[in-house]
Design a protein around this ligand. Structure first.
Ligand code: AMP
Ligand code: TRP
Length: 329
């Protein structure tokens, strides 16, 4: 694996089944950038346990995300795929960065504010969540971080911590940024005012493993135009369907549907039927790869064991450098 290429890092929490938003925000960009970057793809189990979860289900969730990465085009010969908690340096660097992180910044994070608004109170793990994310990226000196728009604020915090560490202790980390200028934010199908999310339940998303019937049903009942916007702009629900069409259909089809919409002649039922067909076809090869991999649990274990070993080597070297600079070695 080439060491001289720039580094890409991304993580996905094992908190449920993967959906199209996760795929578009994190997996697809990572898969398409594999040649250009030395890539680290991480199943971030330590982030997942900051919200309520069932310990018995965790191993299956971790295995599921690993299958999704592999089926989505991540090649373990080109990229390092591993579980966060298998590399202890993540937590150690987090503690070190913790000492230079302003509490006020953590309290300004939207994810933290939304959690406390909903639950009244939060554990320290939710507050410190972005420091662990910064440690994830910086341990590998990541500069390219494909994430959806909901993670932009956390990514900015990682950049700020890299800059601050460099200023205080000497040039150590490159400054990470997103791989996309306009990171995607796919909306929930049943409520386009929110983003498609595991936490909103299956009505909100198309899972990567949904079968053809389920995809068709979910798309056909997606909310389109609630009629409360102005006429100039496309309603968020319709815009969301077009985003998914762009993902899955040939450009010609998208162009044709857009023109048809602008002329005012497009029935939403027609748009939905076309979109459902394309999504089903689009997901088919990914689902076939996943089904094949599922039959080979030993292979998945081996990928993760090898991945953790490779990740530990790089992470431990960075941690040593950081400790030296901080006067701890
Ligand atoms: P999570 O499952 O929350 O750990 O998210 C994993 C990745 O998927 C992150 O990069 C998120 O930004 C991205 N993501 C999650 N939901 C969406 C969405 N609705 N649209 C775009 N990206 C998303
Ligand atoms: N916080 C991210 C999310 O909720 C997951 C994540 C953890 C991550 N560490 C990361 C993403 C490092 C990119 C880089 O989706």
């Amino acid at each position: 694996m080439a060491k001289d290429k720039p580094v890409l890092f991304t993580g996905i929490r094992p908190t449920g089944e993967l959906h199209l938003g996760n795929y578009l925000g994190a997996i697809q960009p990572a898969a398409t950038h594999q040649e250009q970057f030395t890539s680290y793809l991480c199943v971030v189990d330590l982030h997942a346990i900051t919200t309520p979860y069932e310990p018995k289900k965790m191993p299956d969730l971790i295995r599921g995300i690993t299958l999704d990465y592999l089926a989505g085009g991540i090649d373990p010969d080109k990229s390092t795929l591993f579980i966060q908690s298998h590399v202890p340096a993540h937590v150690e660097l987090m503690w070190l960065l913790n000492t230079i992180t302003p509490i006020g910044e953590l309290q300004r994070m939207v994810q933290y504010k939304e959690f406390t608004k909903r639950h009244g109170d939060a554990q320290a793990g939710i507050l410190n969540y972005p420091i662990l994310m910064a440690a994830d990226i910086l341990l590998y000196k990541g500069i390219a971080v494909p994430v959806g728009d909901d993670q932009s604020q956390h990514l900015e915090m990682a950049s700020d911590l890299a800059k601050k560490f460099n200023r205080l202790y000497g040039e150590t980390f490159p400054i990470p940024k997103n791989t996309a200028d306009n990171p995607p934010r796919i909306k929930a199908l049943h409520d386009p005012s929110k983003q498609m999310a595991k936490s909103l339940g299956p009505k909100s998303y198309i899972a990567m493993t949904d079968d053809a019937d389920t995809i068709r049903k979910k798309i056909m009942s997606a909310v389109t135009d609630t009629g409360d916007g102005n006429n100039e702009e496309m309603a968020p629900g319709v815009a969301n369907l077009f985003t998914l069409l762009e993902l899955s259909a040939p450009q010609e089809t998208v162009k044709h549907m857009r023109e048809h919409h602008q002329e005012g002649g497009l029935q939403y039922a027609e748009l939905k039927a076309v979109l459902a067909d394309h999504l089903i076809e689009y997901l088919k090869p990914i689902q076939e790869r996943r089904a094949k991999l599922e039959k080979d649990p030993d292979y998945v274990v081996k990928v993760l064991t090898d991945g953790a070993e490779r990740a530990r080597e790089v992470a431990d070297a960075t941690l040593r450098e950081v400790k030296e600079k901080m006067g701890l070695l």
